[in-house]
Design a protein around this ligand. Sequence first.
Ligand code: PEP
Length: 252
Amino acid sequence: MIRPIIAANWKMHKTIPEAVSFAKQLKEEFPEPGNVDIVIAPPFTALSSVMEVLKDSPIHISAQNMHWGEKGACTGEISATMLVDAGCGFVIIGHSERRTLFGETGGMLNKKIHAALKSGLTPIFCMGETLEERESGATFRIIRKQIKEGLNNITSDDIRRVALAYEPIWAIGTGKTATPLQAQEAHRFIRETIATDLEYAHASETVIIYGGSVNPENTGSLMDQPDINGALVGGASLDFGPFADIIKISER
Ligand code: PEP
């Protein structure tokens, strides 16, 4: 039985007081473990303060990015060990904004996934196609390439600790959601690809979450799909009400 994940990606939003206030509301509303794992990814500056609020709660903290190195001359970067130190259990790796705005390649993401796993973090590894790629029929080819590059040389034991996120780029922050069937088709393909190409025997247990304009109105129909095991939520996670509603709908 897969335990779904509902994750909030706050991107470059929220000051420390804003992040703390949201975390307090979340802790009050969801004091006990429910049917889904709740994960919030504040900006780096708010990680420690949010951890202070959530340390006795079942809500998990994620970083939005990390560097693959352990330590050293890497101005502006943060290592996996530092994230664990700040209270993170998860880290988002390969978000399309990192790939497109910051030139992160499959090889770099692979190094990040190795480093995250080594430090005990659960990577939420994102993949997805552009609109152009979808319209030219390249969706599956692109997803397969992203999986093979990102998960290169990750052992079966370690894949158990990776969560995957299908995030079609054309649906991120655009208000356009993939239809439940489009998303299901991609999720099924991802599950089959890790089973066949990576020869991973436990693909049926891998958490594959959907991201791309998820909101309280479309959560139910997405979560009804057999291969959709949760959501990575951007815009709708910035306000407490809609994010809490997405969690409650997913728990049904
Ligand atoms: C995201 O950034 O991961 C995301 C899915 O954003 P949004 O929900 O705003 O589309």
